[in-house]
Design a protein around this ligand. Structure first.
Ligand code: GUN
Length: 284
């Protein structure tokens, strides 16, 4: 059994990117990332802080736009339009969740596909479904990088994704399909969940419930990837009951230190990709 070290892998991704950013800067090209945060969601503030830190380390410029939770939709759209138009901005991210009175789908759609480093614009989601070059959303992209780095072959495998969110479950499933896995997407209405997960060669847990995946749900020798970040008074826990599940697996990601650091590293990779494409005639 191998415990995947997402922190170490993320560091090597960032080191490689640092060289690319330095090369761009030598040519007078400076990546600049804009993050929009609406309201003061605690988890979002933590995520945004780690994005800022990663940018600082890599020499990517960073601009944070913090908006009052009472902002109107039109104002948010105007801010996105302005960032789309600005030549210095090469990547834009709207941190989710945003308050309920705002339409997140409309906002994601407004972000220029060329600067959509989160991969949430429907045009980029469509490209992912068509297996075309695009910005793959950062968590699934980080998991693909883990598979590559650890030599985990996806081709022909039974992959089960628990969770159908637009941020993780759906794009993850498309990524696995594009790599020739046979995919099953499970969610809150799925019947006989355990029977399905027990057939998984690759099991992705993206539910958002502490220790939801227990040892009896896991096939011997499975690869188990835990996307959960469940904050409690006792600390941060994954969606997988790690201590009891790990011995059954061939590879498993811990929480923290598994998928989380990879998400931020792949966001940086998408920012560098966007910067290069925006400065080339060969746009995405
Ligand atoms: N909130 C939680 N994860 C994410 C993410 O990957 N992107 C955005 N924009 N918001 C998030």
């Amino acid at each position: 059994m191998v415990v995947i070290d997402g922190k170490a892998l993320a560091k090597t991704v960032r080191e490689d990117l640092k060289e690319e950013v330095d090369e761009l800067r030598e040519k007078g090209i400076v990546p600049k990332f804009a993050v929009i945060l609406v309201g003061d969601d605690k988890a979002s503030l933590t995520y945004v802080k780690s994005k800022n830190k990663a940018c600082r380390e890599l020499g990517i410029e960073y601009e944070e736009i913090i908006l009052d939770s009472n902002i109107e939709m039109q104002e948010l759209l105007d801010i996105i339009d302005n960032l789309n138009e600005r030549k210095d901005i090469t990547g834009i991210l709207l941190q989710s969740p945003i308050p309920d009175h705002l339409d997140i789908n409309k906002a994601f759609k407004r972000i220029s596909p060329e600067k959509d480093v989160d991969g949430f614009n429907p045009a980029n989601v469509g490209k992912l479904c068509l297996n075309q070059d695009t910005f793959i959303s950062c968590t699934p992209y980080g998991i693909l990088k883990i598979f590559e780095a650890y030599g985990i072959d996806v081709d022909g495998k039974n992959a089960v994704v628990i969770g159908r969110s637009n941020i993780v479950g759906k794009p993850m499933s498309m990524c696995l399909l594009n790599k020739n896995a046979t995919i099953t997407i499970c969610h809150s209405k799925t019947k006989n969940l355990k029977e399905i997960t027990k057939e998984a060669d690759i099991l992705i847990a993206a539910i958002g419930k502490k220790h939801f995946v227990t040892a009896d749900m896991v096939k011997e020798g499975a690869v188990v990837i835990d996307v959960g970040i469940n904050r409690t008074d006792e600390g941060i826990f994954g969606d997988v009951d790690f201590d009891n599940v790990k011995e059954k697996t061939s590879f498993i990601t811990p929480v923290p230190g598994g998928v989380g650091p990879m998400t931020v590293a792949m966001l940086m990779k998408n920012i560098v990709k966007a910067t290069k494409a925006l400065n080339s005639s060969d746009n995405l």
